[in-house]
Design a protein around this ligand. Structure first.
Ligand code: SF4
Length: 321
């Protein structure tokens, strides 16, 4: 973590090893995902983990599956149900969550009884399986790092979910950099101020609630306040930003420029915002023009906003907004 802006620091992302092409599956195969290695891999440093190999199951190995209740399933052998690796996988998940305290996100392999995030098949003692479980390792890991941005590889094929994940990774990364520099009330206030517009594009109510929380910065213990803050921030960012909400943020920025805009400038901006909202222009178009106007008429509150000035890597990964 070398840069307060994160431009030259590496972003480490945990990932299920098989997604990188490592032959660690029970049958000796892999699940290589070329989008991850080809696109995201140019900007992220992968931290591969195969929990089943790590707990000593070996390759190849007898396959396991989730059984019992979806709320509290067990990972047992398909051929030999007496093999039960639930505790080992959970303990390894808790341990890895402590060891990997510098990762900024995690991409899990879907459907796996160890790594799957959601809708993993759970086999009841009788009847059809329910797709309602979560892999034992992933569950234990995320219980210990609940606000870490996490996704499954399959969901990253959806552009909106992908953009949302990438945005959360970069916000979380900046948060880790803040903690590394040392958390103070002033730095928390500054961090929140920088992310306000980004947050507004997701959830205006959450933004107001976090305003009130941050206002307590001088009077609450910083660690407890920080825990509250990051958990609510990351939860709010999971709510998808929509073109309508983005348009509101962009209009808010036009409002900040007020009398500094002449009628023609204002009309041009409004037209670009409406075009973006109708799906006829990228958000980058009004954002670029707004940046231009704020360069000519600097506004201290707007200058540091990550919304207008995202990390260049984030911009490239999100396809230019
Ligand atoms: S899904 Fe997880 S446990 Fe299964 S092979 Fe991939 S990394 Fe290993």
């Amino acid at each position: 973590m070398t840069s307060s802006h994160g431009h030259d620091s590496r972003i480490r992302i945990g990932i299920s090893s098989c997604l990188l092409g490592q032959k660690v599956r029970y049958d000796g195969n892999h699940q290589h995902d070329s989008f991850l290695t080809g696109t995201l891999g140019r900007f992220f440093e992968w931290v591969p983990v195969c929990p089943e190999v790590a707990i000593g199951l070996g390759v190849p190995r007898p396959p396991i599956r989730l059984t019992g209740s979806p709320a509290k399933p067990r990972a047992v052998g398909i051929e030999d149900p007496d093999i039960d690796v639930t505790e080992k996988l959970a303990a390894y998940g808790r341990k890895q969550a402590r060891v990997l305290d510098d990762i900024s996100g995690y991409i899990f392999k879907s459907k796996s009884p160890s790594c799957g995030l959601e809708r993993v098949k759970v086999y009841p003692f009788a009847g059809a399986p329910a797709k309602r479980g979560r892999g034992i390792y992933a569950d234990a890991f995320l219980a210990a790092q609940p606000w870490l941005p996490a996704e499954e590889e399959g969901r990253l094929g959806d552009p909106r979910l992908r953009e949302n994940f990438i945005e959360r990774v970069f916000v979380y990364r900046r948060w880790q950099e803040l903690l590394a520099r040392g958390l103070t009330a002033g730095r928390l206030v500054e961090f929140h101020a920088r992310h306000k517009l980004t947050l507004m594009a997701h959830d205006v109510e959450a933004c107001r609630a976090l305003d009130r929380l941050v206002a307590q910065a001088g009077s609450r213990r910083p660690k407890a306040l920080a825990r509250d803050y990051i958990s609510r921030l990351m939860a709010a960012l999971q709510r998808p930003a929509t073109p309508a909400r983005h348009a509101k943020v962009l209009m808010h920025l036009v409002g900040r420029l007020k009398e500094n805009l002449n009628a023609a400038d204002k009309a041009e901006l409004l037209e670009l915002i409406h075009a973006y909202r109708r799906g006829e222009a990228l958000r980058l178009a009004p954002v670029t023009l707004l940046r231009h106007h704020f360069r000519r008429r600097p506004d201290r509150d707007i200058a540091g906003q990550t919304y207008l000035h995202p990390d260049p890597r984030e911009l490239r990964l999100r396809g230019g907004l």
